[in-house]
Design a protein around this ligand. Structure first.
Ligand code: GTP
Ligand code: MG
Length: 393
């Protein structure tokens, strides 16, 4: 086919990965492959990937002078105006790199993730969260060049009258405007969160399962498979941003609720996790966490680690967990046996090929029964305490 529309529309990009002594070569390659997928999901066409081995980062530009020259040549060869770093850049690193690479857009991993989030945000809540995250990202990158920020930040009007303190520079005014806007958005988010907590309270008598896991693990495919719903599935990162809640009938008149949530990814900056806490909070209110893992990903062990780190950051109570290794139809018998040996508690499924669904339903039923029993014993304890039967001296 001749020159497709998408090829014409997408912006070309050069990727840059840093290999630190801690990183094994295979790991580094996987990280870069993930960055390529992120860039493509954001709509870029990757034309070249550079890596640089470093003992320590160059504080001014992250990478060395020689590498910058190499990149400059590649940008000219490919007529490209965009570089994307796999590491997060500080505001001054972006500025220094933009001076060294004039006219080139310098982005980092978080910038790309935010771009994808903005594309996929479908509800008022996720749009608010994306805006907070974008403003927080913007803050350290603000320079004197950023004037008229009040309009850019969506607050309307021009900065200045009634807004500027005595002797305050434009930069300080801009920072203050961004901070105010962040506060305002956070207040709105708090309200939505409160409404959600209330909803969760009302649902107290139904067993709620939060489906979590690394992005692209197959969470939405599994939700669709189990509940016959039509949640958006795509072989792209962060296809899901807003959580979806569906009812699942387990048989014997039992039903539970399943929530499909936003996926995790490595190097997720702390402020992003903080901001998306309420979307992820759906999982924090769950009675069971169903962790979906792409068993066919070569770096699935790292996915497990990342998932746990993020989960521990957002969940402050003990919630039972069930792990399902997905996409196992892609593994040979030996790999499946190894999984079983290393993770005897986990189940193996293929949401796409409808494998292991009966076992999963059975495990969900068992967890439901366990939860019911616990509720009864908790209630008994509660009434005993209320009547002063226990802990009497
Ligand atoms: N081979 C195989 N592919 C699967 C399976 N389950 C899901 N997929 C594919 O994996 C890709 C991602 O699936 P999703 O269900 O969108 O994954 P997700 O975890 O919801 O991803 P995000 O919402 O982006 O975090 C899609 O191309 C699915 O078709 C499976 O069991 N086997
Ligand atoms: Mg999804």
């Amino acid at each position: 086919m001749k020159n497709t529309d998408t090829a014409k529309k997408s912006e070309r990009a050069v990727l840059i990965g840093i290999i630190t002594p801690k990183l094994k070569p295979l790991q580094a390659a996987e990280h870069l492959e993930e960055l390529r997928r992120l860039a493509e999901t954001a709509g870029a066409e990757v034309v070249e990937i550079f890596t640089q081995r470093v003992q320590s980062f160059n504080p001014a530009t992250l990478i060395g002078e020689g590498k910058i020259e190499e990149i400059k040549t590649a940008l000219e060869t490919y007529e490209t105006k965009m570089v994307i770093f796999d590491e997060d850049l500080s505001g001054s690193q972006v500025r220094n790199l933009e001076i060294r690479l004039p006219g080139v857009k310098v982005l980092d991993r978080t910038g790309i993730i935010l771009d994808i989030f903005a594309k996929h945000a479908a509800t008022a809540e996720s749009r608010l969260m994306v805006e907070v995250a974008q403003l927080q990202y913007l803050m350290p990158r603000l320079t004197r060049a950023w004037t008229h920020l009040s309009r850019q930040a969506g607050t309307g009007g021009t900065p200045g009258i009634g807004m500027r303190g005595p002797g305050e520079t434009q930069l300080e005014t801009d920072r203050r405007l961004v901070r105010n806007r962040i506060q305002e958005l956070k207040r709105k988010l708090k309200k939505i969160e409160k409404a959600r907590a209330l909803q969760a309270d009302n649902r107290n008598d139904i067993f709620h399962v939060g489906i979590v896991g690394y992005t692209n693990a197959g969470k939405s495919t599994l939700t669709n498979r189990l509940t016959g719903s039509d949640v958006y599935v795509e072989d792209k990162l962060f296809a899901t941003l807003d959580s979806t809640t569906r009812k699942l009938y387990l048989g014997n008149g039992e039903s539970i609720i399943l929530s499909d949530t936003v996926g995790f990814i490595r190097k997720l900056p702390h402020h992003l996790v903080e901001t998306f806490k309420s979307t992820l909070g759906v999982a924090a209110h769950a009675n069971l966490i169903l962790e979906v893992v792409d068993a066919s990903a070569p770096d699935y062990a790292e996915h497990l680690e990342v998932t746990h780190l993020v989960l521990n950051g957002i969940i402050d109570k003990e919630i039972p967990r069930l792990r399902a290794f997905n996409k196992v139809e892609k593994l040979d018998q030996q790999a499946r046996n190894e999984l079983l040996e290393n993770y005897p508690e986990a189940i193996q499924i293929s949401a796409k090929e409808n494998v292991g669904m009966e076992i999963l339903r059975k495990r969900l039923m068992q967890e439901l029964e366990r939860w019911k029993e616990k509720r009864i014993s908790d209630k008994v304890k509660e009434s005993e305490t209320a009547e002063g039967w226990t802990n009497e001296e």
